[in-house]
Ligand binder design. Structure first.
Ligand code: GLN
Length: 283
């Protein structure tokens, strides 16, 4: 029912990732004064573990780098306007909230895919991450059809995968970084062969507790199970995403953001990473 060849093939053939941001832009000049237009999908339904906090981080860091964030809520019945957003964001939710918004989200699918194909950045967390794939078979056996932007499907398992997570990833070739966060999901997400994960699990469950991978990446779109919220303890990731959004806003290359002190953020990352190493990935 949820794993047809046709759907897989369609997904693969359509998903030519937007220009892979490489390491070529290191001497780029700092850009300032850009208005970054964020579309926040279903803030009224999908906001567990303070996922809304990720928006607060984008707002603050954009401001400190001399930019301005304009956040528009996009909920049930609202449109994702063509070219209207430099960054789309969707948080996590329980199965119940996911079921409430899934049909509406699937209807927005083509507009979301177009936005990403045109180079908009996107961050999807947990419940939102699941529904941007082809779909989620939830704990009641109900199939929630998704958007098909991400090359994956999710099936709920018996036991929830809960705890701190530590990942290693390389969004910019040659720059290895870690991401720390917290996961709590019943869903097991299986990436299609050849799909690019967000990172490799150092500690924690990740996508399905088996593959050793976490999240997914399609061009400037990232999906992950990590809450916390994710960005306060991974400020470099917030800046990477903002930089992709700035590239969309200006039509140029992703600019370097001015480095910020981030002492508290580094401490938060260290505490979380240590907890993941000690106890992550255990039922
Ligand atoms: N309901 C989904 C699951 O349990 C997503 C949960 C979440 O967003 N934390 O897999």
């Amino acid at each position: 029912m949820f794993s047809t060849r046709g759907r897989r093939a369609r997904c693969r053939e359509r998903r030519q990732p937007f220009a892979e941001p490489g390491s070529a832009g290191r001497e780029r000049k700092a850009v300032r004064g850009v208005r970054i237009r964020v579309g926040h999908l279903y803030p009224d339904y999908l906001n567990i573990y303070a996922d809304r906090g990720n928006i607060a981080v984008f707002e603050r860091r954009a401001g400190l780098s001399g930019h301005e964030l304009e956040v528009t809520a996009i909920s049930v019945g609202d449109e994702v306007g063509a070219g209207a957003h430099d960054l789309l964001y969707i948080g996590g939710g329980q199965d119940r909230e996911q079921a409430l918004i899934a049909p509406d989200l699937a209807g927005k699918g083509p507009a979301i895919e177009q936005a990403v194909d045109a180079g908009a950045a996107l961050l999807a967390v947990c419940g939102g991450y699941q529904l941007l794939g082809r779909g989620y078979l939830d704990q009641h056996g109900e199939w929630l059809a998704g958007v098909g932007l991400f090359p994956h499907e999710t099936v709920a398992g018996e036991r929830r995968m809960i705890g701190d997570v530590l990942l290693e990833c390389e969004l910019v070739t040659g720059e290895r970084r870690t991401i720390a966060g917290f996961e709590n999901h019943a869903g097991r997400t299986r990436l299609d062969p050849g799909a690019k994960p967000l990172g490799r699990v150092i500690a924690g469950f990740g996508n399905d507790g088996e593959s050793g991978y976490e999240g997914v990446r399609v061009g400037r779109a990232l999906g992950t199970y990590l809450h916390g919220p994710l960005l306060p303890r991974n400020p470099w990731l917030a800046d990477w995403i903002l930089s992709q959004a700035l590239a969309h806003a200006t039509g140029g290359e992703p600019p370097e953001l001015e480095p910020l002190p981030d002492r508290l953020e580094a401490n938060a990352h260290a505490v979380s990473a240590e907890r993941a190493r000690r106890r992550g990935g255990r039922f």
